[in-house]
Design a protein. Structure first.
Length: 264
């Protein structure tokens, strides 16, 4: 007669809690090809468009157009396009798990859903803030030599723009993850963010209503431009940071609320 014994109960594995959840998300984030592809695309877009911006500034200067804006601020125009790669990167970090069904494994590994969302958001934001700084620095280094001696800048302007780019893209990534948690669709999330970032500010300005023009100033892309260019129009850097933080927090809270109430 064969006897069986009940399996031994074990306590929580070492390295659990929030630290373990962050390590878990960090490993997953770097183990998928989409992460590397999107970062590479963001790099290529930034460098390519920064080169175009630099060459365009030089051509404009030869025609008598004032291009005295510092090179880092010129190069930041490349983020109008390259930010889309970051939006896709952040969106896929969560929505790809819903499309593949691996979200069930994730929630089994990190049963506390709020902890899972916070750890994923932290990992993506940390990577993106570094990527934004690097992309900004590279964009300036590419654009400046092509500006034909124009666009002189200081180290403070270079660093300020780079930090602004990192913070802007990181908060944009947080917004994308929160919205992706609500919609659970990569296509829906990306389309919505493109509308918010690019289409809506333009449409709100074209309509002609004063209140819409004022509202458009508080869209993420406008606040991001303020951080990137360190411009005081329509408001300063502190207000721009607050605007982006409010968008990110609202999206994160909405995502957390939906995540708690809906099945995986």
């Amino acid at each position: 007669m064969t006897t069986t014994t009940a399996p031994e109960l074990v306590g929580p594995a070492k390295g659990g809690g929030f630290t373990g959840a962050v390590a878990f998300e960090w490993t997953k984030f770097w183990s998928v090809r989409a992460t590397w592809w999107n970062l590479a695309v963001g790099l290529l877009l930034t460098v390519g468009f920064a080169a175009m911006v630099g060459a365009s500034a030089d051509a404009s200067a030869k025609k008598g157009v004032d291009v005295t804006m510092p090179a880092p601020h010129h190069a930041s125009q490349a983020f109008l396009i390259s930010q889309l790669a970051i939006v896709v990167l952040a969106t896929l970090a969560l929505t790809s798990e819903y499309s593949s069904g691996s979200i069930r494994t994730t929630l089994q590994s990190v049963p506390k859903r709020g902890r899972m969302l916070r750890s994923k958001t932290l990992v993506v934001a940390a990577v993106v803030v570094v990527a934004g700084i690097v992309l900004s620095l590279l964009g300036t280094l590419v654009a400046a030599p092509l500006m034909g001696g124009h666009g002189a800048y200081t180290g403070g302007q270079l660093l300020g723009t780079a930090i602004g780019a990192g913070v802007y893209l990181a908060l944009l990534a947080v917004t994308a993850i929160g919205l992706g948690t609500v919609l659970r669709s990569a296509a829906g999330t990306i389309t919505t963010l493109i509308m918010v970032l690019l289409a809506l500010p333009q449409l709100m300005g074209v309509v002609g209503a004063d209140w819409l023009e004022t509202a458009s100033d508080y869209m993420p892309s406008v606040a991001g431009t303020v951080l990137l260019t360190q411009d005081g129009d329509p408001y300063g850097g502190g207000t721009a940071l607050l605007v982006l933080a409010v968008w990110a927090l609202a999206a994160h809270l909405a995502g957390a609320a939906v995540l708690r109430r809906r099945d995986a």
